[in-house]
Design a protein around this ligand. Structure first.
Ligand SMILES: Nc1ncnc2c1ncn2[C@@H]1O[C@H](COP(=O)(O)OP(=O)(O)OP(=O)(O)O)[C@@H](O)[C@H]1O
Length: 332
């Protein structure tokens, strides 16, 4: 398989200085990205999945040359981003999370024609490309309305349109559906699949595991600036096939209850969350020992004066893969 993007031992350390009382200034180094390597093959959708602060945006910024790595290298279509930035970056279209570089006081069409002109297209070519992209994004009907009147999903589409203007073979999408309503998110995901069908290579970051699962051919799970797993979504889920998970909704959860469940032989992790709307607690318990444990869960919950509202046995998801690897939930 041909490689479109090659990321080799990429590191980004941020240094901060803190003034200490009676002491000299203390220098602190924070390892936002700590030795990340992966290849993205031509024509695939590669997902970077991780919780907030995992280092996803920092990786994207280093690939696009917006941040210089502390160490390591990035090649796009065989060109080194540091040594041949113009050639390497010419192959990339990017949408960063919360992209504000679309002009709200211009129409969607004016925005894209303007960016096409910046990319050196003549007037005819700019108009042609803009119309094609607006059609592809389902924005043609609204093409001549001001972007400020657009919904968040439509604004996000204009930002994506901007990334498509250079007609680059590689498209980087940082949290493309962040803050969108479910219907707009679905619509944007369909467009991303369409881009893949056209033969583009896509790198996408997300902290929505369903999105990574639905879109990606391969996924790198990233946590604390490191890749902790990299495979197809199916293989990642298969890797924890022996781990079962059960979701128990109940009226109350205390530290003692969680500790007792965690102490059971065969229990790997217990994650608790509170649903404000339902006013109920949910425990997600990962375990390797099926039915025998279920009765013990029920006994312990009742001994702790809590009442079970619902129990669901779950199919393994990427969330479970993440919990299994880190002991934490993706959303924590
Ligand atoms: N310029 C900077 N100076 C210092 N620390 C930074 C800087 N940029 C990012 N960081 C830190 O690096 C870590 C990784 O940030 P990054 O934005 O890459 O995470 P992320 O995975 O994209 O998360 P999110 O989904 O929240 O955007 C965070 O802890 C962040 O605070």
């Amino acid at each position: 398989m041909e490689t479109a993007v090659e990321v080799l031992n990429l590191k980004k350390y941020f240094t901060s200085y803190k003034k200490k009382l009676f002491k000299r200034t203390e220098k602190k180094e924070f390892k936002a990205v700590d030795g990340v390597s992966f290849n993205i093959y031509k024509g695939e959708i590669f997902g970077l999945l991780g919780p907030n602060g995992a280092g996803k945006t920092t990786i994207i910024k280093m690939i696009t040359g917006l941040l210089r790595p502390t160490e390591g290298s990035v090649k796009v279509m065989g060109m080194d981003v540091d040594k041949n930035p113009m050639e390497a970056l010419g192959s990339i279209g990017t949408v960063l999370a919360g992209d504000r570089s679309v002009y709200w006081k211009l129409t969607a069409r004016e925005n894209l024609e303007y960016f096409a002109a910046l990319y050196g297209c003549d007037r005819r070519e700019a108009k042609k490309r803009t119309t094609e992209i607006l059609e592809k994004l389902g924005l043609i009907e609204k093409a001549d309305e001001l972007v400020e009147k657009f919904s968040t999903g439509m604004k996000q589409k204009v930002a994506l349109g901007k990334a498509l203007i250079p007609n680059a073979p590689v498209v980087l999408l940082d949290e493309p559906t962040l803050g969108l309503d479910p219907q707009s998110a679905l619509n944007l995901r369909e467009i991303i699949l369409q881009l893949k069908k056209e033969g583009r290579t896509i790198l996408l970051t997300t902290h929505y595991m369903e999105e990574a699962d639905f879109l990606s051919d391969r996924i790198a799970i990233i946590n604390g600036g490191r890749i902790i797993a990299l495979d197809t979504p199916e293989n990642l889920k298969k890797s924890i096939n022996e781990v079962k998970s059960v979701k128990i909704e109940l009226t109350g959860v205390g530290e003692k209850l969680i500790e007792e469940l965690k102490g059971l032989n065969g229990v790997k992790n217990v994650i608790s969350s509170y649903d404000v709307n339902k006013r109920s607690y949910t425990l997600t318990v990962h375990h390797v020992d099926g039915e025998a444990l279920m009765q013990r869960f029920i006994d312990i919950i009742s001994e702790n004066n809590s009442r079970i509202l619902n129990i669901n046995v779950l199919e393994p998801s990427l969330e479970d893969v993440f919990i299994n690897l880190t002991g934490k939930s993706l959303r924590e």
